[in-house]
Design a protein around this ligand. Structure first.
Ligand SMILES: [Zn+2]
Length: 251
């Protein structure tokens, strides 16, 4: 029966490792998904920036065309000032000249501002394009690494499963069934009893049951958490190395 407990413990160790490896396999797709999300965000931002730049450039071209018209109007007003017949006409022409000049000045300022804005936007886009390429490369590297790791871990899982099945086949079917049922309900099916305390629920084991498990002739269960229990010292290796113990979990 001691061997049965040892084998069950081995099965449990492999099961824990398989679970851990399966958990690792789930992490990478999530990580890649997050990275691809970031990539899409940067891409969308770039598209928005390019669209805004296009709008600014189109507005600038319009303003430059207006500027040309105003310059032509200014020239015309200047030529007209040489042909005035009287003071009234001169005053009117002067007012027109002033107004046109003011408009042309405002327009020039506006065009200058737009040229600056286009320049800034172009620089920002160049920077974000570089960021995008860097991130893209990173995502591509991470994807390749994750794919390799998934394959590697799948191999490790297969290996663990093989070892688990070898051990499981040597366990009596009734004990194995008990183990599987408890594992499904509680996660950890087999727990050590240390100093009379159940490693699964931390409750004290009744003295009579404690005596029974110290003999190790039967498969016993904790009356409180219903896990299979074994005396921790019973399964210590003969070479003096204590048996690896599963992490106690509270129930
Ligand atoms: Zn217990």
């Amino acid at each position: 029966m001691k061997d049965q407990l040892k084998l069950l413990l081995e099965v449990q160790r492999h099961d824990a490792r398989i679970q851990e490896l399966a958990g690792m396999q789930k992490v990478w797709p999530q990580k890649l998904e997050a990275l691809n999300g970031d990539l899409k965000k940067v891409e969308a931002m770039l598209a928005k920036e390019r669209g805004q730049l296009e709008e600014t450039e189109s507005w600038r071209r319009k303003q430059e065309a207006e500027q040309k018209d105003e310059e032509a109007a200014l020239l015309k007003a200047k030529q007209k000032s040489g042909m005035v017949k009287n003071t009234k006409e001169m005053m009117a022409n002067e007012r027109e000249l002033q107004a046109t000049r003011k408009m042309a000045q405002d327009r020039e300022e506006e065009v200058k501002k737009l040229v600056g804005a286009v320049d800034t936007a172009k620089k920002s886009i160049t920077q974000h394009e570089a960021d995008f390429e860097t991130l893209k490369k990173h995502v591509s590297d991470e994807t390749a690494a994750a794919q390799a790791k998934v394959v590697e871990v799948a191999g490790q899982i297969a290996e663990e499963r093989k070892l688990r099945d070898v051990a499981a086949k040597r366990v009596e079917p009734s004990a194995m069934k008990k183990y599987s049922t408890i594992k499904m309900r509680r996660g950890l099916a087999l727990v050590p009893v240390k100093n009379g305390t159940c490693g699964g629920c931390n409750m004290n084991i009744p003295p009579q049951l404690y005596n029974t498990i110290q003999r190790g002739n039967s498969i016993e269960m904790c009356g409180n958490c219903n896990r299979i229990i074994y005396w921790d010292k019973l399964l210590e290796e003969t070479d003096g190395r204590p048996t690896e113990k599963p992490e106690p979990t509270s129930s």
